[in-house]
Design a protein around this ligand. Structure first.
Ligand code: CP
Length: 304
């Protein structure tokens, strides 16, 4: 029996059956789209896309997903809103909710802000990334992309390399990949590895070479340039040498696939030729993002 959900703020709140239902719906929406079948299930609904942080993929993907289901979409961003005048998150949420949207898709730099929002609004909240905490739609679209390649993730070895400590993508992916039966390996400079990693139930590798040897697919994370200035890693060149995915890696392991949530720093965490090769799943991740977000919007209960 498939559940409907009031909110989706964390992968930790989903069961395996919830995730599989979302994949099933996403595949159906993808198939219907390619056959020219239009969806109307959210025709009477209003979705507010509230982005307090910058985004290209997630913001546009949620917007397109809602439009493809027939919903009306209102886009809100901090710049140009009263947030720029100092309005609090609480007041912003209460103000948006007083206009009775059915769903608020929210990205915010504060870890836990999506869960916080659920306490103060009647709309369903979809977490589009909250600080270092979680990015559930990214993990779901990543898993769908992997399932397109492998059919099942039971026993598959998936590697995540880069800035693990600051990454909401890593946190959501570790939870979901493990829920689906995959073995997860992580790798990165010691300064970017969480101190509580022993509680994550993952294995670690010291270099990207070691990670690639162990794994079926490796996902590179974006290195935020400001972390170099903060002294958490050395130069871009040094980072690439130990943790960057290069052409020789995919040449020496013909079965390897590579992923990246984007946006990419070419020549740091992944080389341009690798990211744009036939072994890269990056564009497929973006395409699957729309269908996963259609599925996520569809399983919500909406306004209480
Ligand atoms: N992957 C991801 O969240 O990208 P955006 O910041 O462009 O949404």
């Amino acid at each position: 029996m498939e559940r409907t959900l009031q909110h989706i703020t964390s992968i930790a709140h989903l069961t395996r059956s919830d995730a599989e239902h979302i994949f099933h719906l996403a595949r159906k929406f993808r198939e219907d789209f390619h056959q020219g079948i239009h969806q109307h299930s959210l025709e009477q609904k209003v979705v507010v896309n509230a982005f307090f942080e910058n985004s290209t993929r997630t913001k546009n993907s949620f917007e397109i997903a809602a439009l493809r289901l027939g919903a009306k979409v209102v886009s809100f961003s901090s710049t140009g809103s009263s947030v720029a005048k100092g309005e609090s998150l609480f007041d912003t949420l209460q103000t948006l909710d007083a206009m009775f949207p059915d769903v608020i898709v929210m990205r915010n730099s504060l870890s836990g802000s999506a869960e916080y929002a659920t306490r103060y609004v009647g709309a369903s909240i979809l977490n589009a990334g909250d600080g270092k905490h979680e990015h559930p739609s990214q993990a779901l679209l990543d898993a769908l992309t992997l399932l397109d390649v492998y059919e099942t993730l039971e026993g598959k070895c998936i590697g995540i390399v880069g800035d693990i400590v600051h990454s909401r993508v890593a946190r959501s992916n570790v939870l979901l990949l493990r829920l689906l039966g995959a073995k997860v390996f992580v790798c990165g400079p010691q300064t970017l590895i969480p101190t509580d990693l022993s509680t994550w139930n993952v294995q670690t590798c010291t270099t990207v070479n070691e990670l690639i040897e162990e794994c079926d697919t490796v996902m590179a994370l974006r290195i935020q340039k400001e972390r170099m200035d903060a002294g958490l890693i050395g130069s871009a060149g040094e980072y690439r040498k130990f943790y960057g995915i290069q052409m020789e890696h995919i040449e020496t392991k013909p079965s390897l696939y590579v992923m990246h949530p984007g946006p990419v720093n070419y020549g740091v965490e992944i080389d341009f030729d690798v990211a744009n090769s036939h072994r890269s799943l990056i564009r497929k991740q973006v395409t699957n993002g729309v269908f996963i977000r259609m599925a996520m919007l569809s399983v919500l209960k909406g306004r209480e």
